[in-house]
Ligand binder design. Structure first.
Ligand SMILES: Nc1ncnc2c1ncn2[C@@H]1O[C@H](COP(=O)(O)OP(=O)(O)OP(=O)(O)O)[C@@H](O)[C@H]1O
Length: 247
């Protein structure tokens, strides 16, 4: 699927396109009166982990929002390879504490794309929800109110909701921030398994070790792309110190 804004997207060669889950070109986006992303041209490799790296406010969440379809680009082009609609797991702070939902109801919302909001779930939906909660180790929290959970527990519930969408494109905003080492390891292993099973994963992260173990990196500064490619090429000491220098 191609979403066109107002520019022409150069088509990649066929063999390149086969390895790309998403491609965007001259992408611009922001909030009312605040442009954020400027002239981004890059691709997200299929069946791989891409890390979005950059200082606070560099535009990582905004880019994820655009890829997820929750923020409209103002110009440029965005093309998705064939596949299911993306599953988006926002930062846990972006989800209200006061939502009157249990952990299980939160994960069940991951089935709404298939079933429609508040519709009765099928047995298969319930199996998918159970399995997602098991994989994130949150099944014992099922009856607890989302707002009563610790930050790390809530984070894992939100990732389980993303998993329950059974998308082949999973977009995660800082999925391991604030998690204890065991939970972090569990999520890292889970993401590796998902990729092996046919999912493309994009995560915004401040964890440089996680970014270094990704297959590809997009490095952002002030809404501009200042590096893309394999982490060992992009996350060099020189590039990192340039990006983290005060502007
Ligand atoms: N809802 C919003 N309305 C207006 N401006 C916003 C909104 N959300 C983010 N911004 C601004 O957009 C810019 C990019 O923010 P964004 O959240 O995309 O950065 P980020 O790289 O994800 O940052 P962080 O590492 O802190 O999560 C910042 O200047 C921010 O203040």
């Amino acid at each position: 699927m191609t979403i066109m804004f107002n520019k022409h997207l150069q088509r990649p060669a066929d063999d390149e396109a086969r390895n790309e889950r998403v491609r965007f070109s001259d992408l611009e986006a922001g909030y009312s009166g605040r442009p954020v992303l400027r002239q981004l041209t890059a691709h997200i490799p299929a069946l791989a982990m891409t890390a979005l790296v950059g200082p606070n406010g560099s535009g990582k969440s905004t880019l994820l929002g655009v890829l997820a379809g929750v923020i409209d680009a103002t110009s440029g082009q965005l093309r998705y390879a064939e596949g299911r609609p993306p599953a988006f797991v926002p930062q846990r702070g972006a989800v209200g504490d006061t939502l009157p939902l249990t952990a299980r109801q939160t994960v069940e919302m991951g089935r709404w794309n298939e079933r429609g909001p508040w519709r009765r779930l099928t047995r298969q939906d319930r199996t998918v929800v159970d399995s997602a909660m098991e994989r994130l180790g949150v099944h014992d929290l099922a009856a607890r109110q989302l707002g009563e959970l610790s930050g790390g527990q809530r984070q894992r519930v939100l990732i389980a909701q993303g998993l329950a969408q059974q998308s082949d494109l999973l977009l995660l905003d800082e999925p391991t921030t604030g998690l204890d080492p065991e939970a972090r390891q569990r999520i890292t292993a889970l993401l590796t398994d998902l990729i092996a099973d046919g999912t493309t994963v994009v995560q915004a992260t401040h964890d440089l070790a996680a970014a270094r173990s990704a297959d590809a990196c997009l490095l952002l500064r002030d809404g501009r792309l200042v590096g893309q490619g394999p982490p060992e090429r992009v996350l060099t000491p020189a590039a990192l110190s340039r990006v983290w220098q005060p502007s």
